[in-house]
Design a protein around this ligand. Structure first.
Ligand SMILES: *Cc1c(COP(=O)(O)O)cnc(C)c1O
Length: 412
């Protein structure tokens, strides 16, 4: 953490801008235009060479997005933050920055649906191989890495399997073989989660979720802790000779983000910047409610099991507490008798909404297998291991008693 002594809300709310607004606005204005003008050709040259810190064109950088990136940097402790158009843009930009034909990604098949499809289908067409292994088994991860492994990738808590990655163990294995650890840290945000402390080199985040301020917009973040030595990377090694530990970021900002053109829109950055102002409050409220609902569901009629890593009975409880504290986010899953029972319960809910997404201000429920994984072939469905009798509940800001009452009436 940059400002470890201060509360995260204080840090966010106390942020000053890199250049003072001409009107003294205390909120960063939305600079919605595409291009920025210069007084002289020399000043323009300096800006294009990245020497003056001035903005040139909003696909490359923008003052509103820059202020948002700075806020995330302050609370996450990352050395560099790039904001992009979606969580998937964060993951695809990251891998297009480091992977190459003939390289492989070591990960698990327990992944967010589109991440699975990006690795297994999209990147395969470019000669990048994905190697699925059991990430809960360090020896297997170790044995799967080879000289062409460009990264070990994991979600800090797999969605919707709710498996907690042992990040310190994974980073030790990866670093021993000169491979970076990249983690999707969408499910638990900072400061509850501190990737740097746990050996994560690069974090990718869907800021659509907690950060956006309650599903206001789609966005993504790439955080570089600049802890990895890229000099032995086949793709970045040459660049690292002159840029050292900043090689990932230099290439990402200077080449990949510009060429792929998925930089965050200023309107989105404005909304998500406001989202950060209430992040800590929302996280506290929804994660506390989630834990209470998980405890209630454990005793509810017809519920076969409940997965929430913050329950002392959960198999990942100890590791989860070490990495995320007592409240690992506000998403849980639970199992009923079968898919029919899941659909029946969903159809009777009146407060909890039938919708995809997580970490909205509203509580949302979904039957993952028939929706998120619905179009996968039977073979792929087996690979992703999502049971047919499982529901996923993302807990919002409503009152605990009201949510409990809604579930109870639907169970009748
Ligand atoms: C939602 C999500 C994504 C994708 O993010 P988008 O903003 O929808 O592109 C990636 N990883 C996880 C864990 C997610 O929950």
């Amino acid at each position: 953490m940059k400002e470890e002594q201060k509360d995260v809300s204080t840090v966010i709310l106390n942020q000053r801008f890199h250049l003072k607004d001409v009107h003294g606005s205390i909120s960063m204005p939305v600079y919605a235009g595409a291009a920025f003008e210069f007084d002289t050709a020399e000043a323009m040259e300096q800006a294009f060479l990245g020497k003056s810190g001035m903005h040139t064109y909003s696909r490359i950088s923008n003052p509103t997005v820059e202020a948002f990136e700075e806020r995330v940097k302050q609370i996450s402790g990352a050395e560099h933050v790039l904001a992009v158009a979606s969580g998937m843009a964060a993951i695809s930009d990251t891998f297009l920055n480091i992977a190459y034909a003939g390289s492989n990604i070591v990960t698990t098949s327990h992944l967010f649906g589109n991440t699975f499809s990006l690795f297994y289908i999209t990147l395969k067409a470019f000669g990048v191989e994905v190697r699925f292994c059991d990430m809960l088994n360090p020896a297997e991860v170790d044995a799967t890495i080879d000289d062409n492994t460009c990264a070990v990738f994991t979600e800090i808590i797999t969605n919707p399997h709710m498996e907690v990655a042992d990040l310190k163990a994974l980073s030790e294995i990866a670093h021993k073989k000169n491979v970076p650890l990249i983690a999707d840290s969408t499910l638990v945000t900072w400061p509850q989660f501190n990737g740097n402390r746990l050996g994560v080199d690069i974090e990718v985040v869907s800021s659509t979720k907690y950060v956006s301020g309650g599903a206001t917009s789609i966005g993504g973040l790439i955080l570089d802790h600049q802890t990895f030595d890229w000099s032995k990377s086949p793709r970045l090694g040459e660049l690292a000779k002159t840029t050292g530990k900043t090689a990932f970021t230099v290439k990402l900002r200077g080449e990949i983000s510009r060429n792929l053109g998925a930089y965050m829109a200023p309107q989105t950055a404005h909304l998500q910047s406001l989202g950060l102002e209430t992040l800590a409050l929302r996280f506290e409220r929804s994660s506390h409610t989630c834990k209470k609902l998980a405890e209630f569901l454990q005793t509810a009629p017809g519920v076969q099991n409940v997965n929430y890593n913050g329950l002392p009975t959960d198999r990942f409880y100890k590791l989860s507490c070490e990495q995320f504290g007592e409240y690992p986010g506000s998403m849980l899953t639970f199992a009923l008798k079968d898919q029919t029972a899941c659909f029946q319960l969903m159809n009777k809910l009146q407060v909890i909404r039938r919708a995809t997404n997580i970490y909205d201000n509203k509580s949302l429920i979904i039957h993952p297998l028939s929706t998120i994984y619905g179009t996968l072939s039977d073979e792929l469905k087996k690979m992703v291991c999502v049971p047919a009798n499982m529901l996923r509940l993302s807990v919002g800001l409503e009152n605990f008693e009201d949510l409990k009452a809604d579930i109870l009436q639907a169970m009748k």
